[in-house]
Ligand binder design. Structure first.
Ligand code: MG
Length: 272
């Protein structure tokens, strides 16, 4: 008896690093608990599929195993000019890319070649180290999610501008909860969850677009609904039905830099 319990203890020690336990084969859930709303799964249901394993990066900046890398510091192969799908002509150097000078570009935004809907996006950006303008002219760019929903990119460090035009604002609608901007020229991060709007077959809006944003690790938008597709000097609306599409980066003629961009496509109903 004493020997067998020692062997069992040894086996547990040996198997523990592999994620196994002596009870691995036994059910961990229940088959006699009440049903949850919807009638599909019981409370702690043993038959309910366990979540898919995703290996996280070494830091939150590193792409996890199921991410699509949209820029790894080398080339713009995942991007194209938004207006005509010609090769992206933004400047790649030293592990980042930059909004080009007007004279050296066909102009306008660049867009992902792939189309997206609900996503988690990590993107790093830096406004120009040299401050040459003010307000909306300082390090202005933007991330546009499918349907033209902008998350503003701006040098918001000691830069007076209107509240709904700051970095991490839903441009023309919601200022960020706080201003978490770093200094001009310093690398900044956005970790974003974008939920696409939903429409019925007749084109009626069922669910607005929503966004959650961490700016430099600080929560700046918490599942904030968009008022509609972003515009300038007008109230946004949902007059146009939109669907899956590319994500684009705004060319506002300021040399804003971007690096380390990765994205995860989200199945928001994975556990239904
Ligand atoms: Mg902008």
């Amino acid at each position: 008896m004493k020997l067998s319990s020692s062997i069992l203890a040894l086996a547990c020690v040996a198997l523990a690093p592999l994620g196994f336990s002596e009870d691995e084969a036994k059910p961990t859930g229940y088959t006699d608990t009440p049903f949850l709303p919807g009638g599909k799964w019981r409370v702690h249901d043993d038959a309910r599929p366990r979540p898919k394993v995703v290996t996280p990066g070494k830091t939150t900046a590193d792409a996890p195993s199921d991410a699509i890398v949209l820029f790894d510091g080398k080339d713009l192969s995942e991007w194209q000019m938004a207006k005509d799908k010609s090769p992206a002509d933004w400047v790649v150097k030293d592990g980042f890319f930059e909004v080009p000078d007007k004279s050296k570009s066909a102009g306008g935004p660049i867009a992902t070649k792939r189309e997206f809907e609900n996503v988690q996006l990590h993107i790093e950006w830096a406004s120009p180290a040299e401050v040459v303008s003010n307000s909306q002219g300082r390090g202005n760019s933007g991330i546009f999610f499918p349907g033209n929903f902008e998350l503003q990119v701006l040098d918001s460090y000691e830069n007076k501008t209107y509240a709904d035009g700051q970095a991490s604002a839903l441009y023309g609608w919601k200022p960020p909860l706080v201003n978490a901007a770093r200094k001009p020229g310093e690398w900044q991060t956005y970790d974003i969850i974008f939920e696409a709007p939903k429409w019925d077959a007749e084109g009626n809006l069922l669910k607005k677009a929503h966004i959650t944003v961490f700016h430099n690790g600080v929560l700046t938008q918490h599942r904030q609904a968009y008022l509609g597709a972003t515009g300038h000097k007008r109230v946004a609306n949902y007059n146009k039905v939109t669907g899956k599409g590319p994500i684009s980066l705004q060319n506002h003629s300021n040399p804003v830099r971007f690096r380390n961009i990765w994205i995860r496509e989200l199945d928001l109903n994975a556990n239904d």
